[in-house]
Design a protein around this ligand. Structure first.
Ligand code: ZN
Length: 241
C-alpha cells in the first residue's frame, strides 16, 4: 500500500531528487554512524575524523580511513542503490544527493550523483590543493601508511568531509538547486540529523521519507515509510511495472 502511494507520488511530482544517508548502505554491510551498533559507538569521531585530529595526527586519522576505505571497497551496492539507478534510467529520479562517501550509487549505475560529504574516490593536499586519485592513495597506504602530496610533500587529507570542515565547494549549492527545482525530494536511509544537508528536503515543495526508524522531519513529510531501502524501493519498482 505505501509502496503504491510512493510510486504514485514519484510519477505525480516530477522532477524528483533522492537524498540518501547511511541507512541505504547498511544493507551492504556498512555500519552507520549514530545507532547503537554504529561506528561512533566504537570510536570517537573527534579523535579520528575531525579536521583538528587530522592537523594534529594525520597518521591516526589515516589508520582509521585506511580500514574504512578497504571495508567500503569490499562492499557491494544493494537493492536500494540499484533501484535508484533504475529509477534514474526510467526518468523518475533526476539525481541522487548522498551523504555517503562509499561511491556505491555510482557503482550501482546512478549517473547524476552529488556527494555532499565528499567520497573516498580521491584525497587532497591542504597545502597546494592537488588531488590524488584513489589508486594512488591506496598504493601509498600500502607502502607508508600515510599518503603524502607528490608535489609538496604535505600529508594528504581523505577526500571526505571531516568534522569541523566546510562541505565541498559546489556540492551543497548544486544539491540545494536540485531540491528547489524538484517537485519531490525522496529521502532514503537518513535520520535527517546532520545539517546543513538535513535541511535540503525543506527546500522542496514536498518530501517523502523511507527509513528504518524515525527521522527528525517525519512530521513534515508528505509520506513516511518505516522500512528498509532495498525492500521498499524494490516494491516501488514493482508497482511501477
Ligand atoms: Zn601539495
Amino acid at each position: 500500500m505505501s509502496a503504491a502511494a510512493l510510486a504514485a507520488l514519484l510519477c505525480a511530482r516530477q522532477p524528483c531528487v533522492a537524498l540518501t544517508g547511511a541507512g541505504i548502505s547498511t544493507e551492504s554491510g556498512i555500519p552507520d554512524f549514530r545507532s547503537d551498533t554504529g561506528i561512533w559507538a566504537e570510536v570517537d569521531p573527534f579523535e579520528v575524523a575531525s579536521i583538528q585530529a587530522f592537523r594534529r595526527d594525520p597518521v591516526r586519522v589515516w589508520s582509521f580511513y585506511r580500514q574504512r576505505i578497504h571495508a567500503l571497497l569490499a562492499a557491494e551496492p544493494n537493492a536500494g542503490h540499484c533501484a535508484l539507478a533504475e529509477l534514474e534510467q526510467r526518468g523518475l529520479v533526476q539525481a541522487v544527493v548522498t551523504q555517503n562517501i562509499d561511491t556505491l550509487h555510482t557503482r550501482a549505475g546512478s549517473r547524476e550523483v552529488v556527494e555532499v560529504h565528499g567520497s573516498i574516490r580521491s584525497a587532497e593536499c591542504l597545502g597546494c590543493l592537488r588531488r590524488e586519485e584513489l589508486d594512488g592513495v591506496l598504493a601509498q597506504l600500502e607502502r607508508a601508511g600515510t599518503p603524502v602530496c607528490a608535489h609538496c610533500g604535505e600529508p594528504l587529507k581523505p577526500g571526505v568531509t571531516l568534522f569541523g570542515e566546510l562541505l565541498p565547494p559546489g556540492a551543497l549549492e548544486r544539491a540545494t538547486d536540485l531540491a528547489r527545482a524538484a517537485g519531490l525530494v525522496l529521502v532514503v536511509g537518513s535520520t535527517l540529523e546532520v545539517w546543513p544537508v538535513a535541511g535540503l528536503p525543506l527546500e522542496a515543495p514536498a518530501f517523502a521519507v523511507v527509513n528504518l526508524g524515525p527521522s527528525a522531519l517525519d512530521d513534515q513529510a508528505l509520506l513516511r515509510i518505516d522500512g528498509s531501502a532495498g525492500q521498499t524501493l524494490s516494491a516501488v519498482l514493482d508497482e511501477l511495472g
